[in-house]
Write a protein that binds this ligand. Structure first.
Ligand code: SF4
Ligand code: SF4
Ligand code: FES
Length: 261
């Protein structure tokens, strides 16, 4: 095998590997045109153009919400949104990133709240009742969440449904930036999810049992043993571990070795 074959670079994480002979396309960042190789994400294209991220970049995996951006195509009226780490740059995109957008965050200690979940939401986020049902938030959301729908559930006092519908929210703030009623939908929804977990969801007995076991020190010796192993032994242990088969039916598979359960 030749050295060049052995050294094939892998494009992962924040590493930009430009495909050989890639066609160059124009994009506009902060009002200035740059030629970048096609097939890069917007995040990598902006870096290729010479910018360095100090904010507005986190997981690079579509889950942290730090890289929301707006864009238009030249000559097209439509304002679009996306996550810079998940959207492939296209010719003539005019790009503006919003690494942060101010949202209202109600101050509360979840343990001190005693009213019903719907009363609590009404007291802390009364502005949800100003929603005019325009649907802009839903059209803006890069996670394809029915934002208007979860706001409607909050208005109706159905906190469980609001929690469920907003579950995939990554708090990118794009919907907040567009709401004519100035609602901070993601933080209100975060409160709905917390209330749902605290007040509307049955306590999981198995979780309490496991927390008690951890507290009683059951796993400390096992952790100590693991910590004393060298790298090779750890790798071997990892490679030889019992794994749940990919197609196992939920709740049906159990490992043969039950020592750690
Ligand atoms: S609901 Fe709003 S904050 Fe949450 S992911 Fe969608 S646009 Fe972003
Ligand atoms: S953008 Fe604001 S007013 Fe419009 S539907 Fe969404 S929450 Fe309601
Ligand atoms: S960097 Fe985390 S969602 Fe894009």
């Amino acid at each position: 095998m030749s050295d060049s074959k052995k050294m094939q670079p892998i494009a992962c994480g924040d590493k930009t590997i430009v495909p050989e002979g890639a066609k160059k396309i124009p994009i506009i960042v902060m009002g200035k045109e740059y030629l970048i190789p096609e097939s890069l994400t917007v995040m990598k294209a902006v870096e290729y153009a010479g910018y360095k991220y100090h904010r507005g970049c986190g997981c690079r995996g579509g889950i942290c919400g730090a890289c929301g951006f707006f864009y238009r195509y030249e000559g097209d009226y439509k304002l679009r949104t996306g996550l810079a780490c998940q959207t492939v740059a296209k010719p003539n995109m005019i790009i503006a990133q919003i690494p942060f957008f101010p949202m209202k965050r109600a101050a509360y200690n979840i343990g001190d709240l005693e009213e019903t979940p719907e009363e609590i939401i009404r007291a802390h986020y009364p502005e949800v009742f100003k929603c005019v049902g325009c649907g802009t938030c839903t059209r803006t959301c890069p996670m394809e969440i029915d934002v208007m729908g979860y706001v409607a559930h909050m208005k109706q006092g159905n906190i469980k449904k609001a929690a469920k519908k907003s579950f995939d929210c990554i708090l990118c703030g794009l919907c907040v930036s567009r709401c004519p009623a100035q609602i901070s939908q993601p933080t209100a929804a975060l409160m709905a999810r917390r209330l749902n977990a605290k007040m509307l969801t049955p306590v999981a007995d198995h979780l309490s049992k496991r927390v008690d076991e951890v507290g009683s020190g059951k796993y400390e010796k096992m952790l100590e043993n693991l910590g004393s192993l060298d790298e090779e032994s750890l790798k071997k242990l990892y490679m030889e571990r019992e794994r749940e088969p990919d197609l196992a039916k939920p709740g049906e598979w159990m490992p043969e070795d039950l020592t750690h359960l």
